[in-house]
Design a protein around this ligand. Structure first.
Ligand code: NI
Length: 198
């Protein structure tokens, strides 16, 4: 391992420990050479739940609390989004500095209209982002998020999406800040967010 590689490796281990999951380690180690953690994220060009084109620049000056999921998800996505909504109810002052965002990993089914009614159920501050399959693929790659279509035999849905379920915090400058375990209860998530967002 070179010096830079070793430093990166240690940083990744620290993040994996912080979020309490092996998923990040596995995901990043699979993709050598991995980018510096500070390089996570970056430009995107997507469509919001109102059909408006948006880029990362539209969120500058605010924290983005990003969850990557899809509206047909039976369990993890709605539970996690509800925890985020509940955390923001625990600490409503966060809403002035942070935007909770659902980025669809299922752009084929998640039209802006589908996202609009879905995110509205969690609160008016939620934004839903979708795009063409290529636009979503580009964002997932830049943000190092895993998502894969899995056929569902005998289901009217046809397929589900296997996807990583961490909650990502990006700063007002667009830089990666940290990731949270989606199983954190709302008071714990609110406390962690308040530690970081002053
Ligand atoms: Ni899900």
């Amino acid at each position: 391992m070179g010096k830079g590689t070793r430093a990166l490796f240690l940083a990744l281990i620290a993040i994996a420990a912080a979020v309490g999951t092996a998923a990040v380690t596995l995901l990043v180690l699979r993709e050598a050479p991995a980018p510096a953690v500070a390089g996570l994220g970056g430009a995107f060009s997507l469509t919001d739940q109102d059909g408006k084109r948006v880029t990362e620049a539209d969120f500058r000056g605010r924290y983005m609390l990003i969850f990557f999921g899809f509206t047909n998800c039976p369990d993890v996505c709605p539970m996690t989004l509800q925890r985020i909504a509940d955390a923001l109810d625990v600490a409503p002052a966060l809403k002035s500095k942070l935007t909770p965002v659902l980025v669809s990993v299922d752009p084929e089914r998640d039209t802006p209209a589908a996202l609009k009614s879905y995110v509205a159920a969690f609160g008016p501050e939620f934004r839903g982002l979708t795009g063409s399959p290529d636009e979503i693929a580009a964002m997932l790659k830049a943000y190092k998020v895993y998502a894969k279509k899995v056929p569902l035999d005998g289901s009217a849905l046809g397929y589900t999406m296997d996807h990583s379920a961490l909650i990502y915090l990006y700063g007002p400058d667009g830089a990666f800040v940290t990731a949270y375990d989606p199983a954190l209860d709302p008071p714990a998530l609110a406390a962690r967010l308040q530690e970081t967002i002053k």
